[in-house]
Design a protein around this ligand. Sequence first.
Ligand SMILES: Cc1cc2nc3c(=O)[nH]c(=O)nc-3n(C[C@H](O)[C@H](O)[C@H](O)COP(=O)(O)O)c2cc1C
Length: 546
Amino acid sequence: MVRDGALSLASTDEAARVGEPVSTDDADGVGGVRERTGPSGGGRVPACIHVPAIRLENLGDPAFCKDLGIRYPYLAGSMANGIASCEMVEAMSGAGMLGFFGAGGLLLGEVEAAIDRLTRALGDKAFGFNLLHSPNEPDLEAGAVDLYLRRGVRLVEASAYLGLTLPLVRYRVHGIHLADPHSRGRLRHNARRSLAEGDGAIVTPNRVIAKVSRVEVASKFLAPPPESFLRELVQSRDITEEQARLASRVPVAQDLTAEADSGGHTDNRPALTLLPTMLALRDRMQEQYNYDRPLRVGLAGGIATPASAAAAFAMGAAYVLTGSVNQACIESGASDAARQMLAEAGQADVAMAPAADMFEMGVNVQVLKRGTMFPMRAAKLYEIYQSCASLDDIKASDRATLEKAVFKGPLEEIWNRTREFFLQRDRAQVERAEKDAKHKMALVFRWYLGQSPRWANSGDASRRIDYQIWCGPAMGAFNEWAKGSFLERPENRRVVTVAMNILYGAAVLLRANVARSQGCDLGRETLSVRPLTLEMIADRVREEER
Ligand SMILES: Cc1cc2nc3c(=O)[nH]c(=O)nc-3n(C[C@H](O)[C@H](O)[C@H](O)COP(=O)(O)O)c2cc1C
């Protein structure tokens, strides 16, 4: 298609149709440059440029989408306590994307109910569940793996790992086998290519997408499972010798999400430095192990606008994964009150605060700061935990403040409730606390850290000041971008509308960059992609389908 080149591409409408290539020739013989008289001002622009179509499907690694059975390289990450709800996972799957159910913090029965619902609703479509490392309560992780294996959950997002664990490896290698040689014709070419067995590709029915922020942890996920774990699994008859041999030739995770500064657990790493480092690691590991199927790396943390997604794809991310922006959408398990607070957050309205699950280890999570005293109160609890040996050791004035403002009751009463809870869930915690006063104090403090997200999710007005809402700076970036549009109001935010805007806007910006790199100075209106309805986006990407 030949157009009046740089001039017409500078119009918003032309740049918007991302599925349509724009080429210009030098038909009027102006010799490479011409005077510009477009709406965004004058100047000399090249007479010949070519801007390719960018299909949203092709923004990341199309092989990743194909393997997972999704259309777009966009994932919604797990959010604990069902904040990443069944509704959210269903919406994502329905639109050709992928969501992970937020299994963390839920009872196994609740997770199983979600498995029932999603299996019924989604059938063969792609969806996954969270598998969380829980060093304080290892039975939780093992119980989740038992459940996932029993119910045939084929995809997990593995997170919060500092090293590999036996249950994780057990999940990954369960059912590993060689493909039936008769079905080889159906296998992808690269899966067939380098088979040491010579008679079929290695099939791993269970897929792990690891989410990590540290290179040393990532290198464990991108390597084959440790031999010591495979030996243990053979001994416990979870796998055969033959399966152990096959397992030693596949990575624990073929796909890895590099998680930069994000909501929830985070090392606050900058995306601009983390992703290139993880991509380099991917290449090293691929070369070292010469896997049949290439390793892939996606990016999470701070993805909230067309510009951030464009940057991720331009740097080489196979896919993007979001969290904070989805919590503010109507499908999330958050309360309306929490959604409203999120919709008002700015860039700097977040803070690090002690995490309930790894409180004693001093691990922090990123939370919303605006409108809640949770970060301050949780930090005070950690300070007391560090300086006192037991509940009885706490200074009288501090104890009075805690009982009045934070716990709203005597600490001994909170301990009784905590004890009851752990007698049901994990008796060993109670036995340990009854011998170790510091551990008892930790469990009591963790009661507050554990209840505060529940108050936020249920919208308990009497506890508004204690809401613990996990949130990263992505939320402020999104709010800034959505300001003045229909997406400013939380009741209009839907995960698919947000996702499609981010992807579509990324395609527009990437095309604008291609034009700019050819010397075409685009107008400001082309570079600021405003929120659109799904219908408007569908209209603009329709060219692709012609
Ligand atoms: C409210 C909330 C809860 C989260 N809970 C979990 C979780 O249980 N498991 C997990 O792997 N990641 C969890 N995350 C992280 C997200 O899945 C995602 O990786 C992260 O939010 C991406 O960064 P962003 O917040 O900048 O978009 C949570 C994030 C938020 C905002």
